[in-house]
Write a protein that binds this ligand. Structure first.
Ligand code: DON
Length: 305
């Protein structure tokens, strides 16, 4: 496995020059566009890494999977999907148009920014600190990494410049989709996006989802089989935004990307995969990471279809 991963990283490094690192969050533009790494975590707990798999990055939109799990645990399926839909959009991740024109009652799905902000608003806790701590503790548990933390610089950078997200949130407040203090909800959303980890951390989240909600290395159940199924299904249909169809056809693995360059993937009952490459395509997905995943999927016949 290790040799296979190493050759996939080396053979696909060439693609990193076809994309660009995200710069709309100023702090993200400081990453090295040539980085590329992968980690695979099997359901027996065995882990294999290659390339820059230990480099840290902010998980950005991969955190939408984490907040969706927490919101489902805290509120139940019915209450969550009253506030956010489960349909793909075909529009970019930060699109604003559907909120007014096509879907004023609720954002299309929890993986686009509007839907993720509405989902984050459902995370339980008595106050802002408690919500932020719960998010971190849950992430530490499902990654098995007690050192997981927020990246303060990236958090502040997005908090300062995240006006599109601010617009989405205030619009949803005006429509009654989100309740509570908008700035606090945004603050928690910006924090979750700034959670920092590496390929191993996200591969472990993928492995827990592959294992139907049970952490492979400890045997502890963290989410129900149903929550794990809902999350993986939404990852297939919406996880790669308006590239989800293409990704399903060519790679065929439930996956979630982030503009930090990570992709978390979960092959049901087989393995979790984390890839990292901050050079992104025009849809905001890691270009080298997607090529590495395609190579692995072809080689090991991982498509679920
Ligand atoms: O809200 C944002 O714009 C970012 N914090 C996260 C966006 C993101 O990761 C989209 N992913 N590909």
């Amino acid at each position: 496995m290790k040799n296979l991963l190493e050759s996939l990283v080396e053979n696909n490094r060439i693609h990193v020059s076809e994309g660009k690192v995200a710069s709309y969050i100023p702090e993200l533009s400081k990453t090295n566009p040539s980085d590329l790494g992968i980690c695979v975590v099997g359901l027996d707990g065995k882990e294999y890494g290659a390339g820059d798999f230990e480099k840290k990055f902010t998980i950005q939109s991969i955190s939408k999977v984490i907040s969706l799990m927490l919101a489902l645990l805290d509120n139940g399926k019915r209450n969550v999907f009253e506030k956010v839909g489960m349909e793909p959009t075909g529009d970019s991740f930060n699109s604003i148009v559907n909120l007014e024109v096509k879907s004023p009652d609720k954002p299309f799905n929890p993986m686009i920014n509007a839907g993720a902000i509405a989902t984050t608003a459902l995370i339980g806790g008595d106050n802002q600190e408690e919500k932020s701590e719960r998010l971190l503790e849950f992430t530490r548990k499902i990654t098995g990494n007690p050192e997981i933390n927020y990246n303060e610089q990236v958090y502040l950078s997005e908090k300062e410049t995240g006006n599109r997200n601010r617009a989405l949130a205030y619009f949803m407040k005006s429509n009654g989709i989100i309740d509570g203090n908008v700035e606090e909800i945004l603050d928690l959303y910006f924090r979750q996006c700034s959670i920092e980890g590496n390929c191993r951390d996200i591969a472990r989240i993928g492995a827990m989802l592959s294992n139907d909600g049970v952490i492979p290395w400890s045997g502890e159940r963290v989410v129900s089989r149903e929550v794990s199924r809902i999350v993986k299904t939404i990852m297939v249909t919406c996880g790669m935004y308006d590239a989800s169809g293409n990704f399903a056809v060519h790679i065929g693995i439930p996956a979630k990307s982030g503009v930090g360059g990570g992709i978390m993937a979960s092959v049901p009952r087989r393995m979790g995969i984390g890839v990292y490459g901050p050079s992104l395509d025009e849809k905001g997905n890691s270009i080298g990471g997607a090529h590495v995943l395609k190579g692995l999927s072809d080689e090991l016949d991982l498509s679920i279809f």
